[in-house]
Design a protein around this ligand. Structure first.
Ligand code: GDP
Length: 291
């Protein structure tokens, strides 16, 4: 997967964040609960030093609750990190983040002054939605696209919190390769970057091994096919997706599978677990090819 993430923009965002980060009392990092590792911003561990972090596992309504609980426990092993779960339907829980931010910084005696909080998140994790919820109004998006350059926004929130929303394209993690695919499955990386049909095939293979019953129930696949391509063929047969000459229309299958998965129609599905990520890291270290 050869992707050019605009090194100039990456450099600029990094410089910007590096400059602002030391002035911050706390960081809110918005993650996609389905991929808490792949949606992490690589800059946070590199630049945060001792600044406390609240990791928001957002879109929890789409993720497997048991796996999300594993992630919470795993992320909180890091010093100064609290991990909470959220979805955009629960304003009260979003507002509780501000209370938690105060608690996590209480030892620093900041009660009477404004709390400076930086919010970070790669595109599509729901950062803007959360900012709007916290602010109680619609705030214009900062530039998430590589070509957009806008000034950093400082948003006044209740409880004397100042939220710093840093512009610049906050690029996602693309290594190991599986991260790129998982990001693409959630829609965080657009189809133009990775071949759409390949993304769907990746999803079909993953579902077959991690959530076979969800596949079977949604597409009435009994018995289940042996591999991802078999799953796609079987969905074509079930939904009658055939092209000219009676060939299965795999592009149509890819579109339907990914749209339905993203919309939660296959149930609550997580795309990575702490154990999977640890295994991949070991494989990368050992230099062995990834499965
Ligand atoms: P940003 O790029 O991180 O600022 O993401 P947005 O706030 O624009 O959200 C991206 C998409 O995710 C939008 O279609 C939102 O409606 C949707 N979204 C945001 N939060 C949630 C959530 O908690 N659950 C679900 N299912 N969708 C969400």
């Amino acid at each position: 997967m050869a992707i050019n993430w605009f090194p100039g923009h990456m450099h600029k965002a990094r410089k910007e964040i590096k400059k602002v980060m030391p002035q911050m009392d706390l960081i809110i990092e918005v993650l996609d609960a389905r991929i808490p590792f792949s949606s992490e911003n690589p800059l946070v561990p590199a630049l945060r030093q001792n600044t406390p972090v609240i990791k928001v596992l957002n879109k929890r309504d789409l993720a497997d609750p048991a796996v999300t609980a594993q992630w919470q426990a795993s992320l909180e092993r890091d010093k100064g990190v609290r991990a909470i779960t959220l979805d955009h339907q629960h304003r009260d829980e979003a507002m509780a983040i501000l209370k938690l931010a105060r608690e996590m910084t209480a030892h620093r005696n900041l009660e009477r002054s404004a709390l400076r909080v930086m919010i970070l998140g790669i595109p599509n994790v729901g950062k803007s939605t959360l900012i709007n919820t916290l602010a109680g109004r619609t705030i214009a998006k900062t530039g998430n696209e590589p070509a957009v350059t806008r000034a950093q926004q400082i948003i006044k929130l209740p409880d004397n919190v100042l939220l710093y929303d840093t512009p610049g394209f906050l690029w996602p993690k693309l290594s190991p390769e599986a991260c790129g695919y998982r990001l693409a499955v959630t829609g965080a990386i657009r189809a133009a970057v990775i071949e759409f049909d390949d993304v769907a095939l990746f999803a079909a293979e993953y579902l077959l091994q991690a959530y076979p019953e969800a596949l079977r129930d949604r597409y009435d696949l009994d018995p289940l096919p042996a591999d991802g391509l078999g799953v796609m063929d079987a969905i074509a047969a079930r939904r009658n997706f055939y092209g000219r000459g009676g060939v299965p229309d795999l592009h149509k299958v890819a579109e339907v599978l990914l749209n339905e998965l993203r919309a939660g129609k296959l149930g609550r599905i997580s795309l990575e677990t702490p154990a999977m990520v640890a295994r991949e890291a070991q494989q990368a270290l050992a230099g062995s090819p990834q499965a």
